[in-house]
Design a protein around this ligand. Structure first.
Ligand code: SF4
Ligand code: SF4
Length: 174
């Protein structure tokens, strides 16, 4: 749904579950709370999406989201509630495999959901320039000069600063 004139272009680096969570969080904040289906239904959808994005998704969550979404759309008093399920329903309809990857494989294909991704350095591409060490806020990157570096995933907060700094495309997110 494009709302009142907005259009967002996304590519494979956008996680569609995260996108659904983003819009549902916005809608939860916008809901006036007068009617129960919108107030509670949108809140519950956001909680389920949060669980899925943090690796706590369960089999049956997608079906539950669809059920709640239908209830919110049918039972809400105004247009906000009536259209609030759209981001959830359309991402499920067109990007169901992304939901399945999060829930069944604990994997975020777009590399967005921090709880489900890890950063690593390809030793074949790393020149040991040290830039990633300079920008890492948690000292998670290390290595000798001119030798392949590595990332300590216990310390890594998935901030993404290293991947932006690397000029050799040596850092990957999986
Ligand atoms: S910035 Fe890239 S090339 Fe430089 S040390 Fe880090 S991973 Fe290696
Ligand atoms: S993602 Fe952030 S915290 Fe993790 S290694 Fe890269 S710069 Fe450090």
């Amino acid at each position: 749904m494009m709302g009142s004139g907005g259009m967002i272009v996304m590519d494979e680096s956008s996680c569609m579950v995260d996108v659904a969570k983003y819009f549902t969080t916005f809608l939860q904040e916008e809901s006036c709370g007068k009617c129960v289906p919108c107030r509670e239904g949108v809140r519950r959808m956001r909680e389920i999406l949060e669980d899925i994005c943090t690796g706590k998704g369960k089999e049956g969550d997608v079906a539950l989201l669809e059920k709640i979404a239908t209830g919110v759309a049918d039972g809400s008093l105004c247009a906000l509630g009536g259209s609030a399920p759209n981001p959830v329903l359309s991402t499920i309809k067109y990007f169901r495999e992304e939901y399945d990857a999060h829930i069944r494989e604990h994997r975020c294909p777009a590399g967005v959901c921090k709880a489900l991704i890890t950063y690593s350095i390809d030793p074949e591409k790393c020149t040991g320039c040290g830039l990633c060490v300079k920008v890492c806020p948690t000292q998670a990157t290390s290595g000798e000069k001119k030798k392949p570096h590595k990332i300590d995933n216990e310390k890594c907060t998935r901030c993404g600063a290293c991947i932006e700094s690397c000029k050799f495309d040596a850092i990957t997110v999986k």
